[in-house]
Design a protein around this ligand. Structure first.
Ligand SMILES: Nc1ncnc2c1ncn2[C@@H]1O[C@H](COP(=O)(O)OP(=O)(O)OP(=O)(O)O)[C@@H](O)[C@H]1O
Length: 549
């Protein structure tokens, strides 16, 4: 069982304490039932409960209450700790995983698993503790049943054996449906994200809005049908429980007094014990869909964890260590580098093979039409996309294996799909005055300020957000700067500032700048202009050549 294996990852000391307390609670529970039965028998003889009855009842009750309470609280501590570790582990692996791996996992799937399924697990776990207690009770009741009537004990076991077969079939189908439910729920989350992100487009276009709603409805209806089918299995389980209970009681009540010797008088004792055993068992079985759901969810969480573990990852410390070898570079060479979005498909978009050597203090513009491969080339050059062939050299050394993570530390970037963090992570000791001066230089002083280690707000226009991202990149102070269509949303003033002041300043400071650009007017600023077409270099010209035009 995946759930059991997962719980076993807890500290053995904690597990022993939890199990010990659960067993004590179970035994106390059984004792309470035995004491009450005994008291009832005493009262049926016209006697009053003795002092011993009172004392044992109070002790068993106290023991049950406290052991149960501590067992449940402890078990929640254990499971929350395990889940927290798993959540943190996945977030950590995700952060360190390769870009394409993280992209391929899907947001809806990740959110569904990490947020929702872990929640379901924490809700289900107290039921597991209860199930263990029920099994202790059942064990004790079965011993009593064996003592009362070995024949009834055998009938009980035979009924359970037969029911187990039915349970197995239901369980297998139920798991299959739950896996589908989980996949559908992830798709629903993706669809909701579409509705939220496409808010403007949908409000401006009723037909589009209707079509998106129809697509969402379709998924929601499929989910509803799947959930109904899953409930049908739950109902089947409950009915299987009732069916086997009545079958067993029927056999004992109808046949035992007549055909099994010595069962005429004890039948009144036998029936309640059998009912108790079945009740205890089927209470747990009826809860089992919750366990199965938790199992299926956990299985998927572990699968994502495994997928992330299988891909290469490297710790920030290792990356920093590797970066030391590259920090004083003079040149970076891209040698026959090639990347395809799908290696198995010869038709898939491929960039390369590209050959280019760039130097510290140089400004290189990648130019070309839409879809010519500029952004993809930038991702290859920065080591974000794995090369399918060719190699990157820093001075004379080839960048390979774990060193790629160190190589990435050379770059500060503002990609087209950049993310603006509300604080300058990794720059916690930065002088706020310097940040606010840069904010003023970028014309954002009346909009944003840097206070208490974070930007006070990020509700800005796209161009303004890009200016803030530029500030964050400058503050990182790396030797290589990557700008992907940075000027696309800038007004005339800031476009001018970017090309004629900002980039030349970076060159003066000895930085290497690689930027994609559609602004022909400013290409002369570059030392070299590299034109791409269909993922290949069409020509390379010097900026001065462009100036002469
Ligand atoms: N995630 C992706 N999966 C599959 N193919 C992709 C992906 N991203 C881009 N492509 C393909 O790569 C091609 C090049 O895209 P890229 O973004 O590199 O072009 P670009 O030159 O930067 O274009 P633009 O000037 O429009 O920004 C696209 O035409 C597209 O077919």
């Amino acid at each position: 069982m995946v759930l059991a294996d997962f719980i076993r990852e807890a500290e053995p000391r904690q597990l022993r304490a939890m199990l010990g307390l659960t067993l004590v609670a179970g035994l106390a529970n059984a004792s309470l039932i035995i004491i009450v039965t005994n008291v009832a028998e005493t009262v049926s003889y016209g006697l009053r409960p003795s002092l011993l009855h009172w004392i044992t009842f109070l002790i068993a009750f106290g023991l049950y209450y406290f052991a149960n309470q501590i067992a449940l609280v402890r078990s929640m501590e254990v499971i929350e700790d395990l889940l927290n570790r798993k959540r943190l582990g996945i977030a950590d692996k995700l952060r360190k995983s390769e870009l394409l791996v993280a992209d391929s996992l899907g947001r809806g799937r990740l959110y569904n698993l990490v947020a929702k399924e872990t929640n379901h697990l924490s809700v289900t776990f107290p039921l597991v503790v209860d199930a263990i207690q029920q099994m202790v009770l059942l064990g004790i009741a079965l011993v009593y049943l064996l003592y009362l009537s070995p024949a009834a004990f055998v009938v009980f076991l035979a009924t359970i054996g037969m029911s187990a077969l039915g349970y197995k079939v239901i369980d297998r189908r139920f798991r299959g449906i739950l896996e589908l439910v989980e996949r559908m729920q992830a798709q629903m989350l993706d669809a909701i994200v579409d509705i939220l992100r496409g808010a403007k487009e949908l409000r401006l276009n009723a037909a589009k809005s209707e079509a998106v709603a129809a697509a969402y409805r379709k998924r929601s209806d499929v989910l509803e049908r799947l959930l109904v089918r899953s409930v049908e299995h739950w109902v089947s389980l409950i009915l299987l429980g009732s069916l086997s209970t009545f079958l067993m009681l029927g056999v004992v009540a109808f046949l035992f007094p007549a055909y099994v010797t010595g069962h005429k008088t004890i039948i009144f004792q036998l029936i309640p014990v059998l009912l108790f055993c079945m009740g205890t068992l089927w209470k747990t079985v009826a809860q089992s869909p919750m366990f199965i759901r938790a199992e299926v969810g956990l299985q998927s969480i572990l699968k994502i964890d495994e997928e992330l573990s299988a891909t290469s990852s490297i710790s920030p410390d290792e990356a920093r260590l590797h970066s030391k070898a590259f920090l004083d570079f003079s040149t970076i060479s891209f040698n026959e580098i090639q990347f395809s979005y799908d290696r198995t498909d010869p038709e898939a978009y491929t960039v390369g093979p590209l050959n280019l050597t760039v130097s510290r203090g140089e400004v290189v513009f990648l130019v070309g039409g839409n879809g010519s491969g500029k952004s993809t080339a930038l991702r290859m050059m920065t080591g974000l996309y794995p090369l399918h062939s060719g190699w990157i050299g820093v001075d004379d050394a080839a960048v390979a294996g774990k060193a790629v993570a160190g190589y990435r530390e050379l770059f500060s970037s503002v990609f087209v799909d950049f993310h603006l963090f509300d604080r300058l992570y990794g720059l916690e000791d930065i002088d706020p005055g310097r940040v606010n001066r840069l904010i003023a230089e970028m014309g954002l002083a009346d909009k944003v300020s840097f206070e208490d280690g974070k930007f006070n707000q990020l509700h800005l226009s796209t161009g303004q957000r890009k200016r803030l991202a530029l500030i964050a990149a400058v503050l990182e102070d790396r030797p290589v700067y990557i700008f992907d269509e940075w000027s696309a949303e800038q007004d005339v003033h800031f476009r001018e500032f970017f090309y004629n002041s900002f980039i030349p300043n970076l060159r003066r400071d000895g930085k290497l700048v690689i930027a994609t650009s559609h602004d022909e007017k400013y290409w002369k600023v570059a030392d070299r202009i590299v034109k791409l077409d269909l993922g290949r270099i069409e020509w390379i010209k010097s900026g001065s050549e462009w100036e002469d035009r």
